[in-house]
Design a protein around this ligand. Sequence first.
Ligand code: 5GP
Length: 119
Amino acid sequence: RYNKNMAEDIFDKIIEGKIPSYKVYEDDDVLAFLDISQATPGHTLLVSKKHIDNIYDYDDESAKKVLTKIPIIARAIRKSNPKIIGLNILNNNGQAAGQSVIHTHWHFIPRYQDDKLDF
Ligand code: 5GP
């Protein structure tokens, strides 16, 4: 559901360029940019340019436009640093699941030897 009266969220502002971000990948449908709080170096967020609150509101067309970019971004991140030896891809839906920005996004968290990150 896209509600034009919906309050603009921080990711809408990043997409519109009103808030600066370090872009990792961009096309007509999606933007991937570095997370302001890096769980590990290279922590990236993928968002749909069309505002969609959470995964429950994704239709087939939006899913195709956005989810097909996951491997492209994964490969770009891996290529950016030879020290990356793994990658966690996470999507939080709802406050109870840790979703703080209500604009569906996927976290790409690169993993490094002995990075001590524990999910
Ligand atoms: P969530 O907790 O909703 O799954 O993830 C939201 C993410 O957005 C957090 O990891 C947070 O650090 C990131 N974030 C919040 N505000 C900004 C911002 O203004 N710029 C960037 N690049 N990331 C942000």
